[in-house]
Design a protein around this ligand. Structure first.
Ligand SMILES: [Zn+2]
Length: 616
């Protein structure tokens, strides 16, 4: 199969393609740009659309435009554009972690920035609502593409952005303007004001962008602080005040819109965790997300209150504790946080371990502890383990493995299902409807979530009497114009929204061939042929060497290998018979195709075939 032999990709078109079906597939494959080029792709079929083919109608001079570039068909890679005739603002630049099954070897997916690259000169600012990776994770990859605009955000978020930027020393320093809630700032010809929102990380904010026809308000991620379904006074005051203004468009978080009523308030979680910290007799191991910033801080505070020591395990938790200390959100006494190697120097009732990996991630701290791989921490039946996080859909199996491994150590295990040790940073539909009512904007766009979540959010808002025709449920890339403050237009042309992927340090569009190769490698393995050719006679000097990984067990497949060797010898020698000098590329392509077809016929597998020809 020539398509997968790296050496021969270029020659495809010139070559007879009738040999086998998988070869034909290759010919249908679209051309790709280089890894740095973003080829906008129509996601409905697999053909590339040239960038110049997509002509998005210009913005009416009496119009306000909203373009969600990411985050409205997934949880993650949040990025929303708000545009007036004068200025363009980008809100958030997140990424989304990728499941291994979808795209093996891909680390994360970014929003597609083509729309912004084409309007660089109009971009006035990147506004970041809070420090979670689905809002800041994309910055190192996309900021330059947007022309390095100034970033506006609150203090803690600014530290988190700078800290992440340290991992990319080749990039220019980011320009960050720290804003305080309530500040009204003029950027370009537009005024923006930020306001605080309740979320699981401090310094979370929403943003209000003033336009000629009223405010466009984006919430970022949020929930309500409340007591038994009654929002606390600060929430009441804040949202009421915002509702008194002329609000054109409200864009809000849908992540938990599928859940009814009000979410468990974080205060309840903190009470429960304090009880656990106080009452646990033996060592306490708490698994949570590093992104549960406030919870981590609170656990450390309770530890001090009850004279206990904290061991932080996992890089992301350690980093976030450092950031909290640097931002002076957390002040710890000398000696509260101790190193894991000192665990046995303290009585067991004094020990709290805060660990990453509550989702059962195989290499995270908690799994290493559970499977006895940790250098210093060994569990026993006097230990209590608390999993303080919900199970993210798709992680059920790995969480199950984690729990089984933990129980094998005889520990006592507490999970959020059994007690209130987890709440979420995102409001349920009851909270969302309450907020929407308060804001009372003319138009509403649910954002931040999968399509189903957006739908439920819209329904919850409609149930309170909000007119259906004033709600727009977007897709990634939807171009939504509000003309003269009253006419909602969703253009049929979409901004390019195909995924941009990050693979290590490089960013690219969806490179079908790379993904396909990785899938093939993971499913059917690889098959390497090393053949040494006598350049003078065109004959093989010896029987070819065969190496395979993840394909068939060679020792048990001697018959198949013998047949393959004969086939290789015949294919090469037939090809070189009247060739002088030998065209290596052509011979390699020929061998790869023939062997791939043969192996498929024999084994029903499509390993990646890589021929290596040596001429002596
Ligand atoms: Zn968040």
């Amino acid at each position: 199969m020539r398509s997968r032999s790296t050496s021969s990709v270029k020659k495809t078109e010139a070559y007879d393609t009738s040999r086998s079906s998988h070869v034909r597939r290759k010919v249908d494959r679209p051309h790709r740009g280089g890894p740095h080029r973003l080829a906008p792709r129509n996601t409905d079929n697999s053909t590339y659309t040239r960038r110049e083919d997509i002509v998005i109608p210009p913005l009416d001079k009496e119009g306000v435009r909203i373009v969600p570039l990411g985050g409205v068909e997934e949880v993650g890679r949040n990025m929303t554009v708000v545009e007036t005739p004068d200025d363009l603002f980008v809100i958030d630049a997140g990424f989304q972690f990728m499941g291994e099954g979808d795209a093996p070897g891909i680390d994360y997916v970014l929003p597609n920035t083509t729309y912004l690259e084409e309007r660089k000169s109009k971009i006035r600012a990147l506004i970041i609502t809070h420090g979670h990776l689905d809002h800041i994770g994309g910055i190192p990859y996309v900021l330059e593409r947007m022309g390095n605009p100034r970033i506006y955000t609150r203090y803690l978020t600014s530290i988190m952005i700078k800290k992440r930027q340290e991992e990319f020393p080749h990039l220019p320093a980011v320009q960050i303007e720290t804003v305080e809630p309530g500040d009204r700032i003029k950027i370009g010809n537009t005024h923006i004001t930020t306001f605080p929102v309740t979320h699981s990380i401090p310094d979370s904010m929403g943003v209000k962008i003033e336009t000629k026809y009223g405010n466009v308000i984006l919430t970022g991620d949020l929930k309500l602080a409340h007591e038994d379904g009654v929002p606390v006074k600060e929430e009441e005051d804040k949202w009421t005040a915002l509702g008194k203004e002329k609000n054109l468009m409200f864009i809000a978080d849908s992540t938990n819109a599928e859940k009814a009523g009000f979410s468990i308030p974080e205060s309840k979680v903190h009470e429960t965790l304090e009880e656990i910290v106080k009452n646990t007799k033996g060592r306490l191991i708490i698994g949570t997300f590093a992104s549960q910033f406030e919870r981590i801080i609170n656990i450390i505070r309770y530890a001090e209150k009850y004279n206990k020591k904290v061991i932080t395990e996992g890089r992301s938790i350690r980093t976030n504790v450092e950031i909290a200390q640097k931002a002076e959100i957390l002040k710890t006494k000398e000696g509260t946080i101790i190193h894991a190697q000192d665990i046995d120097n303290y009585p067991t009732h004094q020990i709290i371990v805060l660990a990453t990996g509550a989702q059962g991630e195989p290499f995270a701290a908690l799994m290493r502890i559970a499977t006895k791989q940790h250098k210093f921490i060994r569990l026993n039946e006097r230990d209590t383990v608390v999993l303080s996080s919900s199970v993210i859909p798709g992680n059920e199996l790995s969480v199950q493995k984690l729990k089984d491994n933990l129980y094998r150590n005889g520990v006592r295990l507490m999970h959020y299902r059994a007690s209130d040790v987890h709440s979420t940073g995102h409001g349920n539909s009851g909270e969302l409807a309450w907020i929407n009512n308060k804001v009372g904007a003319r138009f509403f766009m649910p954002a931040y979530g999968y399509h189903s979540m957006l739908r439920c959010h819209a329904q919850a808002v409609m149930d309170t009497g909000f007119p259906k025709q004033n709600i727009v449920i977007p897709d990634n890339g939807s171009v939504i114009d509000i003309i003269e403050g009253n006419k909602l237009v969703v253009h049929k042309e979409k901004a390019p929204s195909s995924m941009m992927m990050v693979d290590g340090f490089s960013v690219g569009g969806v490179q079908d061939i790379v993904i396909r190769d990785r899938k093939a490698l993971s499913q059917d393995g690889m098959f390497v042929i090393v053949a040494t050719l006598n350049l003078r006679t065109g004959k093989l000097r010896k029987s070819p060497d065969l190496i395979s990984r993840g394909f068939v067990y060679l020792r048990e497949s001697q018959g198949l290998l013998q047949e393959t060797r004969l086939l290789i010898k015949k294919t090469i020698e037939d090809a070189t018979k009247n060739m002088n000098p030998v065209n290596f590329d052509m011979v390699k392509a020929d061998v790869a195709d023939t062997v791939a077809a043969f192996l498929f016929q024999k084994t029903n597998k499509h390993p990646i075939v890589i021929p290596v020809l040596l001429g002596l």
